[in-house]
Ligand binder design. Sequence first.
Ligand SMILES: Cc1cc2nc3c(=O)[nH]c(=O)nc-3n(C[C@H](O)[C@H](O)[C@H](O)COP(=O)(O)OP(=O)(O)OC[C@H]3O[C@@H](n4cnc5c(N)ncnc54)[C@H](O)[C@@H]3O)c2cc1C
Length: 402
Amino acid sequence: MSNPHILIIGGGMVGLTLALLLSQRAEFDITLVEAVPLPPLNPDEPLPYRPSFDARNTALSRKTVTTYRELGLWDDLQTHATPIHHIHISEQHSFGIARLHAEEEGIESFGQVIENAWLGLVLLRAVKSKSNIRVLDGAKLTQLQINEQQATATINYQGQEQQLSAPLLVAADGADSLCRQLLGVTATSHDYQQTALVTTVATHLAHQQTAFERFTASGPLALLPLPDDRRSIVWTLPKGEEQALIDCSDEQFLSALQQAFGNRAGKFIRTGKRFAYPLKQVLAQSQALPRAVILGNAAHTLHPVAGQGFNLCLRDCLALTTRLQQQVQAQGDIGDLALLKDYEQARIADQQRVIRFCDGVVRGFSNRQPMLRLARNVGLLAFDLLPHAKQTVANYAMGLRA
Ligand SMILES: Cc1cc2nc3c(=O)[nH]c(=O)nc-3n(C[C@H](O)[C@H](O)[C@H](O)COP(=O)(O)OP(=O)(O)OC[C@H]3O[C@@H](n4cnc5c(N)ncnc54)[C@H](O)[C@@H]3O)c2cc1C
């Protein structure tokens, strides 16, 4: 290939979104390698779950929504998305409450909640329509070599070993990234000893586009609004406690949920299938190497407490895209270490801020000490009364930083 060729390993939310951002410039040739066979593109059939695009729902920040709008995807995406107009933060058995209203902040919404499976379908359809993106699905990276000119990935594709070379390789293969290991990059990992139980529920009250974050004795419980007045649940539980709530009857689950959440959202009347996600923080020690860059969960996997993970990844994708486009315009080398280091350097402050925030919320609200609980409650109450504090937390609390 004569055009600058970029090899993306991993077709999850990050790999697909980056491919689409890059494809806006016809000069790039992109090859996307995804281990899991991708589904047919028929929106009438139930969407099959695959990594990244499963039973979860994702709170997209306004910046993320704008990006998808600019990519021409929002009209399609919004058919399965719900705006967040109100945010309600509280702690179980405590008096502190914080409320945020988009109208008071002078914005249309704090962001949008989208069904991951739908996001996956729309992204995949868009990727398949681009003449400068080639998708190899059911193709697993097994080996990686880097030399001065290029990165060469060995792929197991339909039972055959194949080699693909490019001046730049993007590792977007998730938290347990093989790319990261093969590149010799270590990662620090912290197991929160917690699991996120994810499901969809209905209540007897309409959700009125309200997102709730409730800190319960077992862990944070988020309720996000979905189309058709359903609500998405992300319930953080101590590791091991989730199984009983998955195995029990729907009635038993709804009753446990009601007890933990209280009555603010109304009576929980229906639940969908329940899924578990073990929670850990994984941070790559380096994200930029000669001819390779590490992105998405492979670079930083966060606790989902504040719904920040993907929104942060998207800002990384935008920054990388801009640099690669400028480099191509200047007829420079897209795998140049100085360029990739410049990208890493530019992103580190935002990444550190979000990592500290998510980790801080998990640790801060896990502590049951009476004095700390009191401080948290006074904090929430003060926050509710101080309009300026609201904007700051609105930007972070639900991962909706613009
Ligand atoms: C319960 C939960 C709720 C969340 N909610 C939010 C939210 O509301 N807002 C938000 O911003 N973020 C949220 N997140 C975070 C978000 O899900 C992640 O940031 C996002 O999934 C990262 O995507 P990724 O593409 O980097 O990784 P992944 O989703 O892990 O995708 C990696 C891809 O690489 C492929 N792959 C792996 N190995 C190979 C290989 N050897 N060869 C080829 N392909 C390979 C995999 O099959 C997969 O498709 C949440 C996370 C969790 C757990």
